[in-house]
Design a protein around this ligand. Sequence first.
Ligand SMILES: O=C(O)CCC(=O)C(=O)O
Ligand SMILES: [Fe+2]
Length: 324
Amino acid sequence: MLGQLDFSRFHRGSTDERDQFCRELVSGLSKSGWVRLVNHGVPPESIDRAFEMSHTFFDLPIEQKLKSPHPPTAHPHRGFSPVGLENISTVSNYRSSATQPLLRDMKESYDIGSEQDPLYSNIWPPAGVHDNFQTTMSSFFTVCYNAQLVILDAISIGLGLPVHSLRELHAAQTNELRLTHYPEVDQADFANATRIAAHTDFGTITLLFQDNVGGLEMEQPPGSGVFVPADSAGPHECIVNVGDCLQMWTGLHSARHRVHLTKSENECNMVPERFSIAYFAKPDRAALLRPLLDSLVEDSKPVQKFLTANEFQHMRIEGTYNNA
Ligand SMILES: O=C(O)CCC(=O)C(=O)O
Ligand SMILES: [Fe+2]
């Protein structure tokens, strides 16, 4: 099991000690594409509250949940998606040599953006459906945004870049917060379905919080096609994984992962429900996805046209929603 890093080391001690921590962080991300972080800046009480809200939302009858629906298309990526609306296996083969079968995702989710986003508004439950959801989730979004900026500073230092290099590419809060509920399912249902199919995340980094049920698996080593369990030490530990944009900027591996729990611990073969919360750090829409490190620039290549983060996000997300 991969070691846990204590992010409080970033804040205490000398500059040399801080830089040493940043190098360890980048070394972990470079070997595996992900690390486990504690004391990451998102307070335990905020995580508990967000999970409580997620439980009460997903416990609502489906008619109530559908009062704040995700559109049938991939954009805007906001609101509630019932089981079956989004299927990630349509994008599983991105940069992968292994061909993945088309699988149905057995999950329901809720996507939230920044309240400051000038392009897309959030889709919130209407008054009377789930009071407190909007205030809790918009403040959780801000807490995660601030924590994520400091983690990006640590990654910049560990890569030998000026401290604010990555932070400056995330000024517009284009990040996304996603609550996911994987309902209890019969083991037999895994024949043509999974919880979430293998994929890489599209953004810069993801902060992932999960309950104690298990099932998250990371491809290890990167590119091997072998998936190992990434169970966490509980919801307060954060798994930080590299996304596609950070890979394009820095060469760190975007971590391929999936949630595929097929074991049931009871006689009726039911696999227990699971909850997770993912905070996707995404670059400002106009940011160019060109290498930030000189070592990645190939002199032999003619001048390339680089995609903007917005062009790339659209390219990646198309197809994950049924009617997109
Ligand atoms: O539920 C999880 O642990 C992972 C979710 C995930 O990978 C995603 O939403 O991108
Ligand atoms: Fe993911």
